[in-house]
Write a protein that binds this ligand. Structure first.
Ligand code: SAM
Length: 404
């Protein structure tokens, strides 16, 4: 491939042509910069009672473990306020040549250090002595082989940014492969993009739990051909015990597409010592779908807890500036995300509901009003224009569609 000169944000870079560069990911890079600026602002400079062990003196350190041209690291150096150091690493010697040249050309030698290593090895070498405030994993395809090292190499309260591009696997085309890579079975269903996000989150949580750590998702999104999650990583053996209540199996009907979640565990307070105690999972749905009697496909486990933090989203929206090339798209996506029902996993789509019943598709406004008038909540998701995310029972949705 021919060499290219690329101008993106405040960076101007050259790539030798054989090194990976994807212009479509500009949205991903712009958004990551906004997330990092928001994150850096809210970090305590010293330990606080609410953030024991969390201390980020003199700015944040970032590891871009799979950097290709160095573009992302250079943009982080120039556009994120309060950065102390960035390691831009790649396994390919051609890529590292590009990183070195681009770092010099952009005058960020004092902040960005090129590194030529296998990302996993580099993180294992750093996990004891030299942890990072931020680790960005942006691999080809599946990120799971990097997670074991990453969850150990992130500082207390640090931020892990993870991209996955193997959407076919995550969206149900290959449930066996999904299980071997992510430890969860994907389902071919309308809400497959949210399913993909929740599979990736449970995968990161399971890696973190091995080291007594757990995740708190700040923002999770599906865009173009990939998904991207932003999660903080903390340490607490006690909180790790609650993971089972943050995971669910998914029962997806092969006939009408209805779905039901079964949490792997419930948490309850032990009356004697007032401590949280792990209880039994909720009852699974019967052998077949209550609406159409078809059998279920079983998927998961998926993350069933919130995939965004409302507080973080509020702060994030104030950081969005018109200077970003993808400003309009970011604003649009974040405004839909901020309206998403945070405690309701997965969604239906309008065409799916009307298609299954062979009825004319009603207007979205009408269906949403009917749900609201019945006393339930409803929202869109950023993943689908005709999505219906609701806490209304499946029976009510089908009734609304039938009587329309
Ligand atoms: N983050 C870049 C950006 O925003 O432009 C794109 C990264 S590209 C999708 C993936 C890169 O990972 C490639 O340059 C490849 O050489 C590198 N890579 C693949 N396996 C690796 C490994 N085990 N350790 C370090 N780098 C690796």
């Amino acid at each position: 491939p021919p060499s290219q000169e690329i101008s993106e944000g405040l960076a101007k870079i050259k790539t030798s042509g054989s090194v990976f560069y994807n212009p479509v990911q500009e949205f991903n890079r712009d958004l990551s910069i906004i997330v990092l600026n928001t994150f850096a602002k809210q970090l305590p400079q010293s330990e606080t009672p609410l953030n024991p062990g969390v201390k980020h003196e003199n700015g944040i350190s970032i590891l871009e473990a799979l950097s290709a041209t160095g573009l992302r690291s250079i943009r982080y150096a120039k556009e994120v306020k309060g950065v102390k150091e960035i390691i831009a690493n790649d396994i390919s010697s051609k890529a590292v040549e590009d990183i070195r040249r681009n770092v010099c050309d952009n005058g960020v030698n004092d902040l960005v250090v090129p590194s030529h290593d296998d990302a996993t090895m580099l993180m294992y070498k750093c996990r004891k002595e030299r942890r990072f405030d931020v680790i960005d994993l942006d691999p080809y395809g599946c990120p799971s082989i990097f997670l074991d090292a990453a969850v150990q190499t992130i500082k207390e309260g640090g931020l892990l940014l993870v991209t996955a591009t193997d959407m076919a696997v995550l969206a149900g085309n290959s449930p066996e492969t999904c299980y071997s890579k992510y430890g969860a079975i994907s389902l071919r269903m309308k809400a497959c993009h949210e399913m993909a996000l929740r599979i990736l989150l449970q995968c990161i949580e399971s890696h973190a739990n091995r080291y007594g750590r757990y995740i708190v998702p700040l923002l999770s999104l599906s865009a173009d051909f990939y998904i991207r999650v932003f999660v903080r990583v903390f340490t607490s053996a006690k909180t790790c015990k609650q993971t089972l209540s943050k995971l669910s199996m998914v029962y997806h009907c092969t006939g009408c597409g209805s779905f039901q979640l079964q949490p792997l565990g419930t948490m309850r307070i032990n009356e004697k010592n007032r401590q949280m105690k792990y209880g039994l999972p909720t009852k699974p749905p019967g052998g077949s779908c209550e609406h159409c009697n078809h059998p279920y496909h079983l998927g998961g486990p998926i993350w069933n807890a919130p995939i965004h933090s409302s507080d973080f989203l509020n702060n994030l929206q104030t950081e969005v500036s018109e200077n970003f090339a993808t400003f309009k798209r970011i604003q649009g996506v974040l405004s839909v995300i901020s309206e998403e029902l945070i405690d309701v996993p997965l969604y239906y789509t309008l065409e799916q509901l009307s298609g299954t019943l062979h009825v004319e598709t009603p207007s979205m406004v009408a269906v949403r009003s009917a749900i609201l008038n019945s006393g339930y909540r409803v929202s869109y998701t950023h993943m689908n224009k005709t999505s219906i995310k609701t806490d209304a029972p499946g029976r009510l949705l089908w009734d609304i569609m039938r009587t329309w």
